[in-house]
Design a protein around this ligand. Structure first.
Ligand SMILES: [Zn+2]
Length: 242
């Protein structure tokens, strides 16, 4: 519960795919939710490219499955804000241009404004996945466009798994913050990740080459703490006019 007399913290999470929020900041989100923060998540791509050879789960079906899984994972974390699905092309976000790109930036900016978000999480801009890099750029443009101030925290998904030295921030770029999780928070994060059953091998069995969060990958993400990089204003795209 929020303390009497204090406004609840308003938090927006911008996720490239429908599981990145749970993976990158699930433990922190469940803590913030328990403390009364108002949290909402926007998913940028539709996540439909994880199993391109599946006959049982063609893209339109998989998209709906993944949106349902995202909702289930948010319930596990105690996040009650209505999710937003922008349904941009999975694995093709970096190539999106023109009016479709403008639509995404406008939607993100509108979300920041309508939620009056004071804290925004989005991927570290060099998280080693093209959709994550593109999401960070789109989010940065959206925040700059809407002319609001927000504290921006970059979360990591692929950096701990396959990052190289060049992907990591220098001291002049961002400040590292470690949120140490308790056992219940780690358990909630684990359950939230596993709620994405299409990504764990629990649902789709007709595309062996499809993406799968195996035990090793899960262990890599279920560390005792979550590391964030707090953005400096130049990285956040924060306007200084408001
Ligand atoms: Zn992702």
């Amino acid at each position: 519960m929020a303390r009497r007399g204090r406004l609840p913290l308003r938090v927006l999470v911008i996720a490239p795919h429908p599981d990145d929020d749970a993976i990158g900041c699930g433990g922190t989100l469940t803590r913030l939710a328990a403390r009364g923060a108002r949290i909402a998540v926007t998913y940028v791509t539709d996540g439909s490219a994880s199993h391109v050879k599946s006959k049982r789960f063609p893209p339109a079906v998989l998209r709906d499955v993944r949106e349902g899984e995202a909702r289930a994972a948010l319930r596990v974390l105690g996040v009650r804000g209505r999710p937003q699905f922008l349904r941009a092309p999975d694995s093709g976000l970096a190539d999106v241009a023109g009016t479709e790109r403008e639509r995404i930036v406008r939607a993100l900016a509108g979300r920041i404004v309508s939620l009056r978000a004071r804290v925004i999480f989005w991927p570290w801009p060099r998280d080693p996945h093209p959709d994550h890099v593109a999401t960070a750029q789109l989010a940065r443009e959206a925040l700059a466009a809407c002319g609001r101030h927000a504290d921006v925290y970059f979360y990591r998904v692929w950096l701990p798994v396959r990052g190289v030295a060049d992907d990591r921030p220098g001291a002049a770029e961002a400040e590292a913050i470690d949120v140490v999780l308790d056992l219940a928070e780690i358990a909630a994060k684990r359950a939230a990740i596993l709620a994405h059953r299409s990504q764990t091998g629990a649902l789709i069995d007709d595309d062996p080459a499809g993406f799968c969060i195996d035990a090793e990958l899960l262990a890599t993400w279920l560390t005792p703490s979550e590391r964030f990089y707090r953005a400096l204003p130049a990285q956040a795209g924060t306007s200084t006019t408001c």
